[in-house]
Design a protein around this ligand. Structure first.
Ligand SMILES: Nc1nc2c(c(CN[C@H]3C=C[C@H](O)[C@@H]3O)cn2[C@@H]2O[C@H](COP(=O)(O)O)[C@@H](O)[C@H]2O)c(=O)[nH]1
Length: 359
């Protein structure tokens, strides 16, 4: 990255995603980060996090997440974060959208969004399909495209978005794992020698579907949302030990998806121009790689970094380490994402609608 950064802490960062977020926030036209909004949002988040004693152990508490941190969990997390993108529905904003949108029936429940992906994979495992095993999903003879369509079948009229692209991601990643990493993502983790920055580079260099990059004001910017959340989910599942031990885990930034920006706007941490508000409220598509999409994602990354610094200050001032044992962009992001799901109906302005395999 050739652009200069003034922020002292930022100059020490080894993660190009944080520098991209900073650069975009300094050159953004339709998205801004109001200082008073950051203060207000930080206070609200801090109070709720303290009361909930939010930590990485929350990750395994989710019904559909693995309960045991072992190599099978690594295979599960790799496949989930390979496919962890674009669940929003073409029916959004229409009457009865909730009943028409893609959903997965599992264990007597209907799951939508990110949870629909987890449900489909858990359902396949229960049906005896080794969907998380790379030697299996890399081979069309062992697992045909038809089998994959069955795994991700919907219980409504809407199919899983970007299903063809997902199958391509599965085949490509399976092939790379078999040919370069002995058939398991565990070997990528071993190669990273407990550095998440090294692992981030291994992922984006080896698997093209994780290469979440763009151009903004003529500069190359990187978001690496799925690569970062893959590392974060492993760190959280293993609670920072064993395969989840990364000495530089605080280098990971917030994951620039479509749900956390919506919550950041609701909390006042980012604000939108009137014309962007009209675009979002009319459910207009934002092309992948567009300026507006980059501004929403980049400002969200930098806003979460500013929230992290303010909340860290509050924890130290109040000596609240007992209530919030670990605070980094991952914990903050997970908290905001979970918060957004609990308050989905109140979030007001709709998500931005970009169809992409990156988030
Ligand atoms: N920034 C961020 N983005 C996240 C997640 C997660 C799931 N994380 C869980 C695992 C551990 C944590 O405790 C969370 O419970 C999914 N996504 C993204 O959201 C979108 C799906 O939204 P919806 O259609 O409403 O389900 C889609 O872009 C997906 O890639 C996160 O944590 N952070």
């Amino acid at each position: 990255m050739s652009f200069q950064v003034e922020d002292k802490d930022l100059q020490k960062s080894l993660n190009p995603v944080l520098k991209s977020g900073y650069f975009i926030s300094k050159n953004s036209q339709d998205v801004s980060i109001p200082p008073e909004g950051i203060e207000r949002a930080a206070s609200s988040i801090y109070e709720i996090m303290k009361s909930k004693k939010y930590s990485s152990s929350n990750w395994k508490q989710h019904t559909l997440h693995p309960k045991v941190a072992d190599e099978r969990a690594i295979d599960w997390i790799f496949l989930v974060d390979l496919l962890n993108f674009s669940f929003w529905s073409e029916f959004d904003g229409e009457e009865g959208a909730q009943n028409s949108r893609f959903s997965v029936s599992f264990d007597g429940k209907q799951y939508t969004g990110y949870w629909s992906l987890c449900a489909a994979i858990n359902r396949a495992l229960e049906e005896g399909i080794s969907i998380t095993t790379p030697s299996f999903y890399s081979s069309e003879s062992k697992l045909s495209d038809l089998d994959l369509l069955h795994v991700f079948r919907s219980s409504t009229q809407e199919k899983m978005p970007l299903l063809e692209e997902r199958i391509k991601c599965i085949r490509e990643a399976g092939k790379v794992l078999m040919e370069k990493f002995g058939g398991s993502f565990v070997n990528c983790i071993k190669e990273s020698e407990n550095s998440c920055v090294k692992l981030l580079n291994i992922i984006v260099e080896s698997f093209s579907s994780f290469r979440d990059e763009s151009t903004f004001n003529g500069e190359r910017v990187v978001f690496y949302k799925r690569a970062q959340i893959l590392i974060a989910d492993i760190w959280a599942c293993f609670e920072g030990e064993g395969f989840g031990k990364f000495d530089d885990i605080d280098e990971i930034t917030m994951f620039a998806d479509y749900r956390v920006p919506q919550a950041l706007h609701y909390l006042g941490a980012i604000s939108y121009s009137d014309s962007l508000l009209r675009t979002l409220e009319s459910f207009t598509l934002l092309p992948s790689g567009s300026r507006l999409e980059n501004e929403i994602r980049g400002c969200s990354i930098w806003a979460v970094e500013l929230l992290r610094r303010v909340i860290k200050g509050k924890i130290e001032r109040d000596d609240a380490h007992g209530s919030i044992p670990i605070l980094n962009a991952i914990i903050l992001d997970f908290f905001i994402w979970d918060f957004s799901k609990e308050h989905l109906e109140e979030l007001g302005v709709p998500i931005h609608r970009t169809r992409s395999i990156y988030y």
